[in-house]
Design a protein around this ligand. Structure first.
Ligand SMILES: [Zn+2]
Length: 341
């Protein structure tokens, strides 16, 4: 339905089949979004259909907006409907046709689908190679950092929200006593938030080095252009070299060597101050006169907000029942769990 904010992102219904497996409702449907096919298989009874398709569509649109296109030509999305009211565990794996597995509660409300970060997070993983080294922090940190930014750029999240998450989350990623570099870390906080800090610092350095002409996304798009997605297994160093080349800077490789193999302490309060980000309770406010305010605005531009919605209506399936009421469980609560997402 109009208006279509990003015309190239209109999902196309390619096919839907209904099957029954072991007495359990199951169906498949393929969506074509921004140059990629999302082949959806749903196991279980889908109670509330439209917000479900909207959720997939918006997640795919967010990553496509950030990366310039959908990261892979095809992805299988295996959805298992379970009891409950939240979007649960998700995991992305590679191969010629990557697979995202995710569980959703049968009672998930439209509001919870709109707030969900998990599917966008998994789709960000599609855009980065499987690493051949022990550097999960780079993969998880990237998904943690990019996911809310992609949603801001897609017009479905307030620009303050990624900064609130960073201000609250990144302190958990700082090195504790006895910690060294990020390489090989087994710590949840270092993996997700230490990794996110790496990508934030990299993004800022790229923007500073290029006078604002390039950002992290330009480097990452270069990785995709070179064939580096979750379908491939690459070393982190090679991946970052290609990203640096695409951004026209030498930022990522030196920062990686520094933060992966040595202890780096960061004065976060000074960093937030320079970016013009301040927190009062759970509220974030911006100071546009801060020295790095322009970089902050470039990362999370104030694009027109809209309700998450389909750019084109997906036809109804015949298999759905009434929407069930649900408690306002927030998927964010799951972010604190080390669930391998
Ligand atoms: Zn993840």
């Amino acid at each position: 339905m109009n208006p279509v904010p990003i015309p190239f992102l209109a999902p196309v219904l390619l096919g839907a089949t209904l099957t029954a497996v072991a007495g359990e409702p199951s169906f498949e449907r393929t969506l074509e979004i921004a140059g990629g096919r999302v082949e959806v298989n749903v196991r279980g009874k889908l109670q509330h259909e439209e917000p479900f398709w909207r959720w997939i569509d918006e997640s795919a649109r967010a990553v496509s907006t950030y990366f310039g296109r959908f990261p892979v030509p095809r992805v299988r999305l295996a959805v298992r409907v379970v009891d409950g009211d939240r979007v649960g565990h998700g995991v992305a794996t590679g191969g010629p046709v990557p697979l995202i597995r995710i569980t959703i509660g049968s009672d998930v409300t439209p509001a919870t689908f709109r707030r969900d970060w998990m599917l966008t997070h998994e789709m960000v993983h599609l855009a980065f190679p499987n690493l051949t080294s022990d550097d999960a922090w780079a993969e998880e940190g990237l998904a943690t950092y990019v996911e809310p930014i992609a949603r801001v750029r897609n017009g479905t999240m307030d620009p303050r929200e990624p900064w609130r998450q960073l201000v609250e989350g990144v302190p958990q990623g700082l090195p504790a006593a006895g910690d060294h570099g990020l390489h090989g870390t087994r710590s949840w906080g270092r993996t997700y938030w230490g990794g996110a800090l790496f990508w934030l610092l990299a993004d800022l350095k790229i923007r500073e080095a290029t006078g604002g002409r390039r950002g992290l996304e330009h480097g990452l798009r270069g990785v995709l252009e070179a064939g580096g997605s979750i379908r491939e297994s690459w070393s982190l160093e090679r991946t970052l070299q290609i990203a640096d080349g695409a951004a026209g800077v030498s930022v990522l490789v030196p920062l990686y060597r520094q933060m992966a193999f040595g202890r780096v302490d960061t004065d976060l309060e000074a960093l937030w101050r320079r970016l013009g980000v301040s927190r009062s309770g759970r509220d974030i406010s911006f100071d546009d006169d801060a020295p790095l305010a322009a970089l902050r605005q470039a990362i999370t531009p104030d694009v027109p907000r809209r309700e998450a919605g389909l750019s084109r209506q997906v036809p109804s399936l015949k298999t759905t029942g009434a929407c069930l009421p649900a408690s306002p469980s927030v998927a964010k609560a799951i972010r604190g769990l080390n669930n391998g997402a």
